[in-house]
Design a binder for this molecule. Structure first.
Ligand SMILES: Cc1cc2nc3c(=O)[nH]c(=O)nc-3n(C[C@H](O)[C@H](O)[C@H](O)COP(=O)(O)OP(=O)(O)OC[C@H]3O[C@@H](n4cnc5c(N)ncnc54)[C@H](O)[C@@H]3O)c2cc1C
Length: 419
C-alpha cells in the first residue's frame, strides 16, 4: 500500500514514526522548508524562541508521555510554577486553587457561590459558559474564566459550542476549593503539574528528532496543491497513491479540493496566534508562565522560556514569549511595543536586547454552532475520496501534542490492518 501524508507537523511526523518498519510505502509532503508546524524554535543572538507559542510535554497517559520524552532524549522535568494576573497581583494557577491569595471578601463570595452550586441539578452543558459554571460556579467564571477565555477565543463563551470533555478540564475536588478558600495551599490540574521540556534546542527538538528518523520519507518545500480522487486511489501532486492522510489545516485541504467543499471551508472558524519573543537583560520572575485576563494588555499568556531550560538564553539573560490571540484577518499592529508596554503594566520592566514576532495563522479551532453540523458531513465526503484527516488542524479539533501522538498511533494501526 502506498500513502501520501500531507503536512509535516507533529501529526504527519508521528504517523510516519508509527508506520516506520511496516510494509506501507509512505511520503510526507511538507510545504515549508522545515518540518514541525507549530513545533518550531528559532535562535537569535543566543536566545531560542518557540515560535508557535509555549509548548510543554505532558500527558495523563504514561506510555504516550514516555514515548514523547524518549524522542527528545535530554529533557528537564519541572514542577509547574504558574500564575494568573488578577486585579494587579499574581495568584496561583488554577484560579480555584489560588483563591487563598484573594481578599477574605472575595474568598467568601466565591466559596458561597461554589457551595450553592454543588447540589444544583446539572443538565448536559450546551456551551462553554454552561460547562464552566457547572464545574466552578458563577463567580469564578465571572471573575476569571469568562474574561480569560473571551480574550483567547475572541467571542463570548456562551457562543462556543461544547466540544470540551471533563477530561480536558477535570472537576476540582470540593475539598480542594474549601481548603483554598480557608487559606490552605493545594494543587489543581494535576496531570500537568509535572511537565517535561527539551534541555537543548527548544520544543522543535521533537520535530528535529522525528524529521531525522524520517529523512527518507519527508519531502520539504513540497506544498500539496493538486488532489484528484480516482476510483481505486488518489492522485496527489501528480503521483498516484492508495490513500491520502491529510494533516494540513482542513480549510486548506477543502480549498485544494474546490467546488462545494471549498464553500464549506468558509464555515470553519478559527483563531490565529502571534508570538512575540523578547531576549532581555535582568531578572525575570521565577514562574514558568502567567495567564493575563486583563483587557488592556495585548497578550493573554506570557512564558519565561529561560525558566524552562537554562539553554534558552545566554547567561544572566531572560527569554520571554508572549502569545496574542486574534482573528485570522485581524493581525494586531505594533505587537512588540505593546508587549513591552503590557509587561510594564504587570510590573515586569525589561531591558530588551532582541525582539521578534511570528504569526501562526492556524492556532485555535473554534467550535461554533456549525461545527457539529458540518464536520461529520465533511469527513464522510473525504472518506469516500480515500482521504482521512489527522491532527489538530487536519482533523479540526482542539488537540494537544499527546492526543495528536495517540491518534497518529491509532491511525497507523488501522492502516497496517488494511494491507
Ligand atoms: C499557542 C499554542 C500552545 C500550545 N501548547 C501546547 C503545549 O504546551 N503542550 C501540548 O501538548 N500541545 C500544545 N499545543 C498544541 C500543539 O501545538 C499541537 O497539538 C500540534 O503541534 C499540532 O500538530 P499538527 O501537525 O496537527 O498541526 P500543525 O503544527 O499546524 O502542522 C500542519 C503542517 O502542515 C503544513 N502544511 C500546511 N499546508 C500545507 C500544504 N498545502 N501542503 C503541505 N504541507 C502543508 C504546515 O506547514 C505544517 O507543518 C499548543 C498549541 C498552540 C497554538
Amino acid at each position: 500500500m502506498k500513502i501520501a501524508i500531507a503536512g509535516g507537523g507533529l501529526a504527519g511526523l508521528a504517523l510516519g514514526h508509527h508506520l516506520k518498519g511496516s510494509n506501507i510505502d509512505f511520503k510526507i509532503l511538507e510545504r515549508d522548508y522545515r518540518v514541525g508546524g507549530l513545533l518550531k524554535s528559532e535562535t537569535h543572538q543566543g536566545y531560542t524562541f518557540d515560535t508557535g507559542g509555549s509548548h510543554i510535554i505532558f500527558s495523563r497517559d504514561s506510555s504516550t508521555l514516555k514515548e514523547m520524552v524518549n524522542l527528545v532524549g535530554n529533557v528537564v522535568m519541572h514542577r509547574r510554577r504558574t500564575v494568573i494576573h488578577y486585579r494587579g497581583n499574581f495568584i496561583k494557577y488554577p484560579f480555584e486553587n489560588g483563591i487563598f491569595m484573594l481578599s477574605p471578601q472575595e474568598r467568601f463570595e466565591i466559596l458561597l457561590d461554589f457551595v450553592n452550586n454543588i447540589g444544583k441539578e446539572k443538565k448536559k452543558p450546551e456551551n462553554l459558559k454552561d460547562f464552566f459554571v457547572q464545574l466552578f460556579g458563577e463567580k469564578i467564571v465571572e471573575k476569571y474564566l469568562g474574561p480569560y477565555n473571551e480574550k483567547i477565543w475572541k467571542r463570548r463563551i456562551d457562543e462556543i459550542a461544547m466540544a470540551w470533555s471533563e477530561d480536558r478540564l477535570p472537576k476540582p475536588p470540593v475539598e480542594d476549593v474549601l481548603r483554598a478558600a480557608v487559606g490552605i495551599e493545594t494543587e489543581g490540574y494535576l496531570h500537568q503539574l509535572r511537565f517535561f521540556y527539551p534541555l537543548h534546542g527548544g520544543i522543535e527538538s521533537i520535530a528535529r528528532s522525528l524529521g531525522e528518523e524520517l529523512r527518507e520519507n519527508v519531502k520539504v518545500g513540497n506544498e500539496v496543491k493538486g488532489i484528484k480522487p480516482e476510483d481505486d486511489g488518489i492522485v496527489v501532486n501528480g503521483e498516484f497513491y492508495d490513500y491520502l492522510i491529510s494533516a494540513i489545516p482542513l480549510p486548506s485541504l477543502l480549498k485544494i479540493l474546490g467546488g462545494d467543499l471549498e464553500k464549506l471551508s468558509k464555515e470553519l472558524d478559527y483563531n490565529s496566534v502571534t508570538v512575540v519573543g523578547l531576549g532581555v537583560r535582568g531578572n525575570l520572575p521565577d514562574y514558568h508562565w502567567a495567564y493575563i485576563p486583563d483587557k488592556d494588555i495585548i497578550f493573554h499568556r506570557i512564558a519565561f522560556l529561560s525558566n524552562y531550560s537554562p539553554n534558552m538564553a545566554p547567561e544572566n539573560r531572560g527569554n520571554i514569549i508572549a502569545e496574542i490571540s486574534h482573528k485570522p484577518c485581524e493581525e494586531p499592529r505594533e505587537v512588540i511595543d505593546k508587549t513591552i508596554e503590557g509587561l510594564e503594566k504587570i510590573g515586569i520592566g525589561v531591558e530588551v536586547e532582541t525582539a521578534k514576532k511570528w504569526v501562526n495563522h492556524y492556532a485555535y479551532v473554534v467550535t461554533d454552532k456549525n461545527y457539529f453540523k458540518i464536520l461529520p458531513e465533511i469527513r464522510k465526503i473525504l472518506k469516500e475520496m480515500r482521504i482521512l484527516t489527522l491532527g489538530r488542524h487536519g482533523n479540526w479539533e482542539y488537540l494537544n501534542m499527546d492526543a495528536v501522538w495517540k491518534r497518529a498511533k491509532e491511525m497507523s494501526e488501522v492502516l497496517r490492518s488494511m494491507q
